[in-house]
Design a protein around this ligand. Structure first.
Ligand code: NAD
Ligand code: MN
Length: 362
């Protein structure tokens, strides 16, 4: 029996709807696999907690999370709390505090989903975007002077370090090496940004020497949006800065049909701390409470979590369950269907019940 402890933080908007659906499929996997035992503790941190306590999570929040094997996160963001407070109060402190420097964002067109691009079908856009998740444009450096006056100045300083860039580059080359095409695209903006971005290009060339079997190329981020849209088959593994990859991965999600099918894993590759698994999307106030949030991104990130924990078989069953539900047309409105969150959850649970490795114990 392998026992894992998971901290669930549903947080805001549709976060609680998709995380409770995610917990349902995890429980189904557990029920049908006697080797797997999950303890899931749910934390009520987020915008409501902020309104009651003035902080998004308690002061010892990270200390409380540290003892878990993984974190299963919904989304933050509320219409009546500034976005920088919700983001910097909960999600970013966890990513940075636990040095989850590799943010891994797979994309694939799932069967049954009609993508917006002509010439793309199931299995296409099989990409993994690796986002640098610890520094860059989201280091939190900058300031404002002369607030409200005509001479007001605001700065947002991107910080890139040799250690930070080298480790994400190694992670990306290694991931590319593990995939069939062994191909990496390094994205920067080193024509206009001539310091940190030029350092990215140089470090990419240095790290490439350690991976002679990986082919790689470079793109400027603006041209990358063009290539993702018009020549998507020419891409496989992609590495980019915190900001650039944030934007490119929303585009990737949309090209695969919806943000509702886009998962992400915030990984500490050295496994000193728990890693965090979440859908890419935010709290989506426009559909909160309607029961139609697409839970697929959350199910997919649950599969990433199981794989990270070493439960490859359970992760594979869950991925097959996702593909099965989609191919049967059990789709929420964001991907052109009429199903509810509960319908999709039921379809995936039914697949798990029918396909788990062991259904009986003596
Ligand atoms: P969003 O991702 O919440 O929504 C963008 C669009 O995608 C909306 O039309 C929404 O309905 C749709 N969508 C998103 N997830 C969906 C799902 N699972 N099923 C169906 N449709 C889905 O982005 P936004 O509207 O820019 O931001 C809303 C709030 O979320 C803001 O407060 C923002 O700061 C926050 N946010 C949080 C995170 C996070 O917690 N990681 C990420 C992005 C945005
Ligand atoms: Mn984002």
């Amino acid at each position: 029996m392998t026992h894992y402890s998971i901290a669930a933080i549903p947080a805001d908007g549709i976060g609680p709807e998709v995380i409770s659906a995610g917990i349902e499929v995890l429980r189904a996997l557990e029920k049908h696999n006697p080797q797997l035992k999950l303890t899931i503790n749910t934390f009520d941190w987020g915008s409501d907690y902020y309104k009651a306590n003035g902080v998004m999570m308690p002061e010892d929040g990270l200390a409380q999370l540290k003892k878990f094997d993984a974190i299963f996160f919904g989304a933050v963001g509320a219409p009546d709390v500034p976005d920088h407070i919700t983001l910097w109060g909960l999600r970013l402190p966890i990513c940075q505090g636990f040095d989850q420097y590799a943010n891994v964002r797979p994309t694939k067109i799932l069967p049954g989903i009609t993508p917006p691009l002509r010439n793309c079908g199931p299995g296409d856009l099989d990409w993994v975007i690796v986002r640098e998740n610890s520094e860059g444009e989201y280091s939190g450096n900058g300031g404002r002077a002369h607030k409200g006056l005509p001479e007001e100045v605001g700065t947002e300083v991107a910080i890139f370090t040799r250690v930070g860039v080298t480790r994400i580059m190694r992670y990306a080359f290694k991931l590319a090496q593990s995939r069939p095409r062994k191909f990496l695209t390094v994205v920067t903006k080193s024509n206009a940004q001539r310091h940190g971005m030029v350092m990215w290009d140089e470090i990419a060339a240095e790290v490439a020497l350690e991976f002679p079997d990986v082919k790689w190329d470079k793109m400027l981020v603006d041209a990358m949006t063009h290539r993702m849209t018009l020549h998507p088959q020419t891409l496989d593994t992609i590495v980019a800065t915190n900001l650039h990859a944030d934007i490119l991965s929303d585009l990737a999600g949309a090209l695969a049909g919806s943000l509702g099918v886009a998962p992400t894993a915030n990984i500490d590759p050295e496994r000193r701390f728990p890693s965090m698994f979440e859908p890419i999307h935010g709290s989506a106030f426009d559909i909160t409470g309607k029961g139609i949030a697409n839970p697929i991104a959350t199910f997919w990130t649950a599969a990433q979590m199981l794989e990270h924990l070493g439960e490859k078989e359970a992760a594979d069953t869950l991925m097959q369950g996702i593909e099965h539900a989609c191919s049967q047309g059990v789709l929420t409105p964001d991907v052109g269907g009429k199903a509810t969150t509960a319908d999709v959850t039921r379809a995936v649970v039914a697949f798990i019940e029918a396909h788990s490795p062991v259904t009986e114990t003596v």
